[in-house]
Write a protein that binds this ligand. Sequence first.
Ligand code: FES
Length: 107
Amino acid sequence: MSKPQKHVFVCSQNRPANHPRGACAHKAGNDVLQEFWQQLQQRNAYDTVSVTYSGCLGPCDQGANVLVYPEGILYGKVTKDDVNEIFAKHLLGDEPVERLRVAPEAW
Ligand code: FES
C-alpha cells in the first residue's frame, strides 16, 4: 500500500439529541462518510486517497464537517450530494471546492 496523497477525515461524532453543540452524526455525517467510501471504491483511488471517520473536529455548528490533509482545508455543511464534487475537484484534481470551505475565523 502506498502512502496516500490526500487524507480525508469525516466527522462522525454523535451526541445526545439535546446537546448544545449538536453533532455531525445528526447532520448526515454518516451518509457523507458512506458516500466517500463508496466513491473511493468506485474510483479505485486507494493508492492516492484515504478516508477515515473521526470524532469532533471543532466547529460543530458548521457540520457535517470534512477535513482534508495535507492542505488542512475544512469543508462545512457537507451533504452526501457534495461528495462527488469534493472527490473529483479536490482529492483528484487538487482544486479546493471554495463554496464549501469553512471560513478561517470559524475554524
Ligand atoms: S461534532 Fe462534528 S465538528 Fe463537532
